[in-house]
Design a protein around this ligand. Structure first.
Ligand code: KG4
Ligand code: ZN
Length: 339
């Protein structure tokens, strides 16, 4: 049988991304067009702006991906798309484009779940099967634990009841005057700080439940910067206090994430852990995951850094569906809140 080539589209949030991969999971091209300059001045992602930016960037990204892969459209065998979860307007742009390409080329459409793809990024980086495993996704929009019996069977075990881990990084970065996106900025600032200077709250840490909550932690950081009743300084002076807050905040998030992942492994009896999403680009998190899984006899799978944050290459999850002949009707809708 000829090699199958799939073109994939990701527009769930603020990256416009298109990738082409084959059924051997070889990524032939991967374009990620950042919308940073559209959102920077708002200090966060504005949904309406994201949708408009996808409109502007998507066609160029599709053409670029075909050119980078040196592939005529006639060699495309299917179109994959993340149709949720994510921002409704942003998802609509990607899904509409995917449907039109599938219709125009008369090839199957394969809609996959963006969060599941974050876990599949670990499978791609591993270069071998990683299922069954516990999957954890820690990103700007999500903090979720899954029991993954196969790539196509991911059962939600728990997740955040308020902010996502990446969102907490972004909000704390804003409180500390570190800019946007906050994760890498907080990580940099934390390098020179003492992670044990402030004992920030770790929600549900001692509880037997597989959920997260980061809003109390964010408030604790705010009150460390400016106690209740006092005016908040426009920016926290750079220096020891700012670095210590960043390092102590990062430690609290990392401790909670790693302990909940280990709890999920214990509950399910599974021996493999795959962690995906933008926050897993964080070196402190990666290091603690490595140490604690080793101590507990767990195989750990992490994506390479370029597969951590949002991208279309991780939609190679669609190859699993392709192999089983599972295709999606062109009537499919966006699923902004489905995990
Ligand atoms: O997966 P992603 O690109 O988008 C979503 O699906 O949400 O994740 C983006 C999130 C942002 O909140 C960003 O601040 C966070 O990942 N992030 C990090 C790091 N790099 C990105 N958080 C902590 N440390 C990092 N190095
Ligand atoms: Zn994501």
């Amino acid at each position: 049988m000829n090699q199958a080539n799939i073109i994939a589209i990701e527009t769930s949030c603020d990256e416009t991304s298109v990738a082409i991969f084959n059924d051997k999971l070889e990524v032939l091209s991967s374009v990620v067009a950042s919308q940073f300059k559209w959102h920077e001045r708002f200090g966060g992602v504005v949904p309406e702006v994201a949708a408009r930016a996808h409109m502007e960037l998507l066609n160029k990204s599709i053409l670029q991906a075909l050119q980078d892969a040196n592939m005529p459209v006639s060699q495309i065998s299917a179109v994959a798309v993340h149709n949720g979860p994510g921002l409704a307007g942003a998802l609509l742009v990607g899904l509409s484009a995917a449907k039109m390409i599938a219709l125009g080329l008369n090839v199957p459409l394969i809609a996959v779940n963006h969060v599941h793809s974050h876990i599949y990024a670990c499978r791609m980086s591993a270069g071998k099967d990683i299922f069954p495993c516990v999957g954890m996704v820690v990103s700007g929009g999500h903090s979720i634990l899954f029991e993954c019996q196969t790539a196509l069977e991911m059962k939600r075990l728990g997740g955040t009841i308020d902010d996502a881990a990446g969102e907490a990084f972004d909000k704390v970065a804003a409180l500390l005057g570190l800019g946007f996106p906050g994760g890498p900025a907080v990580e940099r600032e934390a390098l020179s700080g003492n992670p044990n200077e402030y004992a920030f709250p770790k929600s549900f840490f001692y509880e037997d439940r597989l959920d997260f909550s980061f809003s109390g932690l964010k408030t604790a950081v705010l009150y460390t910067i400016a106690p209740p009743g006092q005016a908040r300084p426009a920016i926290v002076e750079s220096g020891k206090k700012r670095a210590d807050i960043a390092a102590s905040f990062q430690k609290a998030v990392v401790d909670v994430l790693v302990s909940k992942a280990l709890q999920a492994l214990k509950k399910t009896g599974l021996k493999r852990l795959a962690v995906g999403g933008g926050v897993v680009a964080n070196q402190t998190l990666r290091q603690k995951l490595l140490e604690d899984t080793k101590l507990n006899g767990i195989e750990l799978y992490l994506p390479e850094k370029n597969l951590c944050t949002d991208n279309a290459a991780m939609a190679a999850l669609s190859v699993e569906a392709w192999k089983q002949g599972i295709f999606t009707s062109l009537d499919v809708d966006i699923k902004p809140t489905v995990f």
